[in-house]
Design a protein around this ligand. Structure first.
Ligand code: 6PG
Length: 240
């Protein structure tokens, strides 16, 4: 793992840096492998990044978009991560519909939809059970409880290591999420974290010893690169 921690003076600078990083990964991936794969996150911090992506001239037919997690709501629900990314970015560009790999949420059984998305990823990446394919970029946010994707503190999803996708939960509300080994298989993981409310969680995540199950973002140790892009409010007290 190659870890980089950057503290940016404003959220717009943080977003600009995430954009630069992603554009450089798009270029490399397409040059080396003919396509670029990215998993998106929800939350408010990446929205301006998605709006900036919508302004780019890119070979959209070679770009495949997945989601690292989704609330278990229909795709037109205001809480849907897919809806947010479609409105801010994907609806604005000429990306083929087949390149948008949204998490299914309509079967009335999250286990069934999690299994479907697991199969969809295995088919797309031509991987078998037990293998964890490498996405080019997994974009992550982090909550002030140190959750990332829908890997919430002290939940069952944190124990799931034998598949790509599982059901997560925030209390009673169900989610579908990448498992942490799938996130860790990525070539690059980029956290975008803003706001002073994230400071206590970050202190635990960067501590040499702490409980991974209480602070799930500690489980993210990708094979490839790990970027923590923070704004000053979040990163103020952090020693990298
Ligand atoms: O589904 C959720 O509970 C949120 O989307 C969550 O995972 C979010 O990514 C983080 O809480 C960071 O959110 P902000 O970017 O808004 O700080």
């Amino acid at each position: 793992m190659n870890k980089t921690v950057e503290v940016h003076t404003s959220v717009s600078e943080l977003v600009q840096r995430a954009l630069e990083l992603i554009l450089s990964k798009v270029e490399t991936a397409i040059k080396e492998r003919g396509q670029f794969t990215i998993a998106l996150s929800g939350g408010s911090t990446p929205k301006p990044l998605y709006e900036a992506m919508a302004m780019q001239e890119l070979p959209w037919d070679k770009i495949h978009v997945f989601w690292g997690d989704e609330r278990y709501v229909p795709p037109d629900h205001p809480d849907s991560n897919e809806l947010m990314a479609r409105r801010a970015w994907l609806d604005q560009v000429a990306i083929p519909a087949a390149n948008i790999h949204a998490i299914p949420t309509l079967s009335a059984d999250p286990e069934v939809d999690a299994a479907k998305y697991n199969q969809h990823l295995q088919t797309f990446f031509n991987s078998v059970s037990g293998e964890f394919p490498a996405l080019d970029v997994v974009l992550l946010g982090m909550g002030d409880d140190a959750h990332t994707a829908s890997l919430f503190p002290h939940t069952e999803a944190l124990n799931v290591c034998d598949r790509l996708i599982t059901v997560g939960n925030k209390g009673d509300s169900l989610r579908i999420t990448f498992t942490y080994p799938l996130i860790n298989a990525a070539r690059s993981v980029i956290f975008m974290v803003a706001g002073a409310n994230k400071r206590p969680a970050l202190a635990q995540i960067f501590a040499p010893v702490a409980d991974d199950f209480a602070y799930p973002s500690r489980l993210i140790k990708p094979q490839g690169e790990l970027y923590w892009l923070l704004d000053t409010a979040a990163g103020l007290e952090l020693k990298s």
